[in-house]
Design a protein. Sequence first.
Length: 399
Amino acid sequence: MSDNQLRTRTPDAPGPRPIAPGPRATAALRAAAPALAVYAAVRALGLLVLWAAASATGKDALTRLSGRWDSVWYQRIAEDGYGYTVTLPDGALHSDLAFFPLLPALERGISEVTPLTPGGAGLLVAWSAGLLAAWGVFAVGAHLHGRRTGVVLAALWGVYPTAFVQSMAYTETLFTALAAWALYAVLTSRWIAAGALCALAGLTRPSAAALIAALAITAAVTLVRECRAGGGAGPVLRRNDRMIAGVALAPLGWLAYVVFVAVREGSPFAYFDVQAQWGNNIDGGRALASFIAGLPWPAALGLCAALGLLGWLVVLCVRQRQPLPVLVYTLAIVVISLIGAGYFGSRPRLMMPAFPLLLPPAVALMRLRTTGRAAAVLAVLACLSAGYGAWTLLGAGPP
């Protein structure tokens, strides 16, 4: 691993310095305003297209965003707590313990102090977190490649093919916001903040394991490198005490929920059993291979091409020499999304928090000769994303 991959600031495109509370935070918000405006615009376009399509077909757009699929499970937890289980016709059990507690806790808290229902509270959380996520995505992109690239990166995340999920009462925006700001905290050497954000991410989604790994591996490489440089184990540990504390904080949220399920169910592996009942166990990619093999050959070739594009994006991230925590997080999210045995249609949205995959395209767009060309590309992508989102949300299957 080269020193360049451990850097937190590129010499040719320095990003903004860490922002302190007060006036500097206001300045940071002003700097991020273009990214937030573009992100809000593309998501508003998606909602407008969904509303128009739903009206034309006699369907309720709001129900599609807050009253179907996983959002129903989160709302039930918010209203009644854990303890609901569904028995499927084949005898399989689906327990609500598969869903992590932070989103339903926020839904419950907001619905108790406002007139909003848990579903409405879920949308409020998702939409607010979407803006915070876009800000965090911008912050990482701007730190590594300058503010203009940060704006484009936030826009690309907003037009991701399954970005319609960002407008649903799901956990994707909440998790991405926590992950993006945790990575930014690491890049700016704020390890305690990074650990605390990672702990909250661990109460949001199981894929927080990718963020925990990013912090742990980065810290381990840093400590080993400094020890090899002759610093001595004791001085190195003392000098990096905040980093060590942040890494210790990072897994606490995820571990707390796993322990909660274990105690509740009376088995140390109960959480993993619950996920297996949902078909979300890790099988090393066998389910994905079987799914591809069962497709008609044109569809199989198309899917293989999409996976090839994903692999090429990963290669570009490595060649771009992204900082170690960013690279580890991205690779781990992609791997976790591919090696599970769960429903294939959900894999694109499971990879959506891996926003650094979009850094190479963002940099490439910034190399276009005029800003107008980049804006035109983003406009076309926004329209395609909005159309695909409306078509998917008005369909029968879950995203």
